[in-house]
Each structure stands twice: as C-alpha cells, then as structure tokens.
Design a protein around this ligand. Structure first.
Ligand code: FAS
Ligand code: PHB
Length: 402
C-alpha cells in the first residue's frame, strides 16, 4: 500500500491530523494497535481551549461539540476554605473554554473518518517505522496473521507516550526532559449533576482535588493520591467521603454522589522530547510531550502540534516548500514549553508534596491570595488557561486584552 502520510496512532492527534489532511486532499492512512472501543473507553481530558475549538471547526467536526459542549467563562479556586473565581473572559478580553470530553472529540473524529471511507487500520500489531532518515519512509505492521507494508512520504508519530515512533528515533539525535511527580490523580466519572456550574480547583491540606464535568448530568472528579495507592483500595464511598473533606462546606453540601461509571489512577509527569522531527518522521501530541493534567493542556497541546504539522505538510504538497515542515519542531516546542511551564507551576501551587512542611502550605496560600487579588495574577492564570494564541511571538509582548 502507498499513501502520502502514514499516521501511527488513532487517538485525538492522529485522527485530527487525518481529518485535516483529508479536507486538504492529502492522502493518509492511520494505524492503531487497539480497537475503536478501547480508544473510546479511555477517559481523559475534558477542557478544550479556543484554539482546539477552532481546529474542530476547521476539521468540519464541530457540530456536536457546539450542540453539547458547555462553554465556561471562568472557574473557582478553593484555598484556605475560601472560593475565589477566575473570570477567564474578563482577564482575556472575552476568551472562554469548552467543557467537552476527549472521548467525544475522538468519537466525532472517528465518525467523520468512517463516513468519508478513509482508511484506519485498527488492531495493527507490531507496528514498526523504517527509513525515515531518507525520502522513502515505510511503516510495517501485522494484522490477521499477515505482514503488511505502507510506503509513504512522511510518518506522523501520533502514538502517545508509550508509542513506537519516539522509541525508534536515533538515541544520539533525541533529548528527553522529564519530571515525575510523587503522587497520582484518582479520577471518578459519575452520572450525577456537577457540584457547581463551573470547575473547582482545590488546594487543601489533605491534598489537591478537582471538580469537573462532562455535561449537566455527568461529572468528573479527581483526588490527589499517593503513587502507592491501588484503585481497588478506593471504594466509591471512600472517594466521596474524601472529596467532601477537601471541599468547602457549601460545595460539600451540594455534592450529589452516586455510583462510579469509571475510576482510575493516572500518574503525573512533565516530559518533553527535543526535537520533534527525525528526517521524514514527526512526533505530535503525547508522543512528543506529557503535561500534568492540572492545567488542562494535554489534549490542547496535541491539537496545536497537529495544526503546526498540518500547515507544514500543506505547504509541502501545495507549494513544494519544505519551510513549514522544517519549522515544525521549533514552532511546536516554543508553545509546548510555555504550556509545560504553566502545567508544572499550577501543579506545584495546588498539590501537597512529601517534602512539604507547614511553611510550604503558608507559601501556597500566600501565593494564591496574591494571585486572586491581583489583576496581573488573574491575567496570568487566565491567559495561560484559555491557551496562548497559535501565532504567539516568543519575543513580542503577549497581549491578552485588546
Ligand atoms: P493518545 O495516547 O491519546 O493516543 C495515542 C494512540 O496511539 C493510542 O490510541 C494508542 O493505542 C496508539 N498507539 C500507541 N502505540 C502504538 C503502536 N505502536 N502502534 C499503533 N498505535 C499505537 N489531558 C488533559 O488535557 N486533561 C486531562 O484531564 C487529561 N487526563 C489524562 C489522563 C490519563 C490517564 C492520560 C494517560 C492522559 C490524560 N490527558 C489529559 C492527556 C491526554 O488527554 C492526551 O493529551 C491525549 O490523549 C493526547 O492525544 P494523542 O497524542 O492522540 O495520544
Ligand atoms: C477533566 O474534566 O477531565 C479535567 C478538567 C480540567 C483539568 C484536568 C482534567 O485541569
């Protein structure tokens, strides 16, 4: 088989790239090692930045998102028993975010790809990437007991943190930066109405908590837990009891509990690969970087990588110019590092660390008190949370409000 772009991974990165390429008339085949149901069953991100919303529109898959997504103009920060609102729209000149689960984003992209009759090979085993240092890269895989080969112009490594593409990059050509956090997030999904109409980020002496949502009738909650915790140790009752202990009295009283429909513990890490290009193979999304989910950046960073890569590939195929693909890694990494910094900073501010002493809680409360009562502080949080503009200039002054 031959295609122009072989995409490894049918998560949001691979599917969004495939959809954008298809709309631009560029042929792509997607290889995915799992089944569609397995991919949809992974409960992950919940908040879309404006840039991601715009990309869903550009990809022609935004109809259900606009119909069912929840537009949010702010969120609450709960610390020292007090809840303060970050008015995103006020501090960014009207920008907002959309609460719409990654599962739904993936479902919309899968449906569009299937409806267009585009090739996605699920349950592709032993995917391997070859000859990407030359002009004729290849991808091989096994399916139904047969070995297959795809010849292509480019390989897009959209295969996540544990994928094969980054692992196949020459070790002397890659540098990896990593910080692993000494705790995890225990997430619970329930068909219960959200405790509040907006998200609540909690810094409590007992640990971080987050009250999020998927719809008016489906909620997503997180608790910071030790890395040694096992999911079987957490009954639903234990989860709800601990969440109430971390919330303020009003939220604790309003919390509607119910049976979990999904419960999992995710580790937290900051991770970046440099560069994101190896000859004719590019890394995009979690294949190239990971952020702690505190800043709701993971899915959104994946989307902006895809946009930068897509624009470069269009320039190559339409104008015969390699300038866009040559610039991809540098352009994407500039935005990635700013999101990594925000996600790290927000995680440090909101979580309990094993080495913390009482003074650290005092520092965190003082920083939160300053930020929540400072125009500069609120603007800084808001402009990072809604997402930096795609064309932000690393040298120019970032203007958040007109
Ligand atoms: P993905 O990992 O989603 O997709 C990669 C795909 O490649 C997978 O389907 C995988 O099966 C496939 N693959 C891997 N190896 C392969 C191979 N060798 N051959 C073929 N296919 C292969 N982000 C947020 O913004 N907010 C959150 O709350 C949040 N929570 C998260 C919780 C968890 C447990 C995890 C792991 C991530 C979370 N994230 C969150 C980040 C997450 O949303 C990612 O940013 C997002 O899934 C990135 O999408 P992809 O880059 O497509 O990677
Ligand atoms: C979620 O709804 O899953 C979510 C929302 C905001 C975050 C992290 C996760 O910062």
């Amino acid at each position: 088989m031959r295609t122009q772009v072989a995409i490894v991974g049918a998560g949001p990165s691979g599917l969004l790239l495939g959809q954008l390429l298809a709309k631009a008339g560029i042929d792509a085949v997607i290889l995915e090692r799992q089944t569609p149901d397995y991919v949809l069953g992974r409960i992950r991100a919940g908040v879309l930045e404006q840039v991601t919303i715009d990309l869903m529109e550009e990809a022609g898959v935004s109809q259900r998102m606009h119909a069912e997504g929840l537009v949010h103009e702010g969120f609450d920060m709960l610390y020292q028993g007090q809840r303060k609102r970050v008015d995103l729209s006020k501090w960014t000149g009207g920008k907002k975010v959309m609460v719409y689960g990654q599962t739904e984003v993936t479902r919309d992209l899968m449906a569009a790809r299937a409806a267009a009759g585009l090739t996605t090979i699920y349950e592709a085993a032993n995917v391997q990437v070859h000859d990407f240092d030359g002009k004729n890269p290849r991808v091989t895989y096994e399916k139904d007991g047969q070995s297959h080969e795809i010849q292509c112009d480019f390989i897009a490594g959209c295969d996540g943190f544990h994928g094969v593409c980054r692992a196949s990059a020459p070790r002397n050509a890659i540098k990896e930066f990593e910080k692993v956090y000494p705790f995890g997030w225990l997430g619970l999904l329930s068909d219960t109405p959200p405790v509040h109409h907006e998200l609540i980020y909690v810094n409590s002496p007992r640990g971080f908590a987050l009250c999020s949502q998927r719809s008016q009738t489906r909620s997503r909650y997180y608790l910071q837990v030790p890395l040694t915790d096992k999911i079987d140790e957490w009954t639903d009752d234990a989860f709800w009891q601990e969440l109430k202990l971390r919330l303020d009295p009003e939220a604790a009283a309003n919390l509607v509990t119910g049976p979990s429909i999904e419960k999992s513990i995710a580790p937290l890490r900051s991770f970046v690969t440099e560069p994101l290009r190896f000859g004719r193979m590019f890394l995009a999304g979690d294949a190239g970087h990971i952020v702690p989910p505190t800043g709701a950046k993971g899915l959104n960073l994946a989307a902006t990588d895809v946009k930068y890569l897509f624009d470069g590939l269009v320039e190559y195929y339409k104008d015969g110019s390699e300038a866009g693909i040559d610039r991809y890694s540098e352009l994407a990494l500039a935005r990635i590092w700013r999101a990594e910094r925000f996600s790290w900073w927000f995680t440090q501010l909101m979580h309990r660390f094993p080495e913390d002493s009482e003074i650290t809680q005092k520092f965190q409360n003082a920083e939160l008190d300053y930020l929540m009562n400072s125009e500069a502080g609120l603007t800084s949080i808001a402009e990072n949370y809604v997402g930096l503009p795609l064309d932000f200039s690393r040298n120019g002054l970032l203007k958040s409000r007109p």
